[in-house]
Design a protein around this ligand. Structure first.
Ligand code: PXP
Length: 241
């Protein structure tokens, strides 16, 4: 059964709507951990549209479970990550116009830069994950690069219904099996919610689920503690009897 990493970017999105100091993602991280989150995920974007430098610094000091920093492969972000020392980094594509991370990383396009950066992170004791579409090529490149994890992009699965969703689930299952065969550890995330999470939690080899938007949305109605607990319950349902 996968562990739940709560992505708290959306708490910061609300704060930045007023450029104020609340709600505080650092407090949200603590509440999520007390409710049972196994890790905290944040994306420090180049444009600082939600999470700020102050947040990642405080989170590094306060997160007791595991801190996963999503980042673009830029010199600035590499320097910040090496100084910050999160437990994990997840390399994601980033473009300024997008509402959220839209596609998986084009691993072959960034191969040369990754070849330089991956050993630097690993030497610093930081686990490296690549956010990829569930396709053979990025998995093969990820294995050649010697990263620890791939995070399978579940966005296409989350955005479809019926037969199209079944096809996306099969693609994810095939990718999870292939990644494992290649010696990669497997995470998954993007667009997961209370209704669609169970089949993903039941996929083979998936160790961590990164979930943000659905949990933060629900927390507005029922509180963050309860929203995290309910997501944990949905994931727990994937445990074998
Ligand atoms: N994983 C990655 C790599 C992401 O970029 C995001 C969005 O920030 C998530 C997971 C979480 O997606 P959501 O907020 O839709 O749950």
């Amino acid at each position: 059964m996968p562990r739940l990493h709560v992505n708290i970017d959306h708490v910061a999105t609300l704060r930045q709507a007023r450029r104020s100091d609340q709600p505080d993602p650092v407090l949200a991280a603590g509440i999520s951990e007390l409710a049972g989150a196994n890790g905290i995920t944040v994306h420090l974007r180049e444009d600082r549209r939600h999470i700020q430098d102050r947040d990642v610094k405080l989170l590094r000091q306060t997160v007791k479970s595991l801190m996963n920093l999503e980042m673009a492969l830029t010199d600035e972000m590499i320097a910040i990550a090496l100084k910050l020392q999160p437990d994990q980094v997840c390399i994601v594509p980033e473009s300024r116009e997008e509402l959220t991370t839209e596609g998986g990383l084009d691993v072959s396009h960034h191969y040369k830069r990754l070849e330089k950066a991956v050993p630097v992170f690993r030497k610093a004791g930081i686990e490296v994950s690549l956010f990829v579409d569930p396709l053979p090529e990025p998995l093969e490149d990820a294995a050649r690069l010697g990263v620890d994890f791939v995070e399978l992009h579940t966005g296409a699965y989350s955005n479809t219904r019926g037969r199209a969703r079944d096809a996306e689930l099969l693609r994810l299952e095939t990718a999870a099996n292939y990644a494992h065969e290649l010696g990669l550890r497997v995470n998954a995330g993007h667009g997961l919610d209370y209704e669609n999470v169970l089949p993903i939690a039941q996929l083979p080899y998936v160790e961590e689920l990164n979930i943000g938007y659905a949990i933060i949305c629900r927390s507005i109605y029922i509180g963050l503690d309860q929203a995290v607990r309910e997501m944990q319950d949905r994931i727990l349902a994937a445990a074998p009897d």
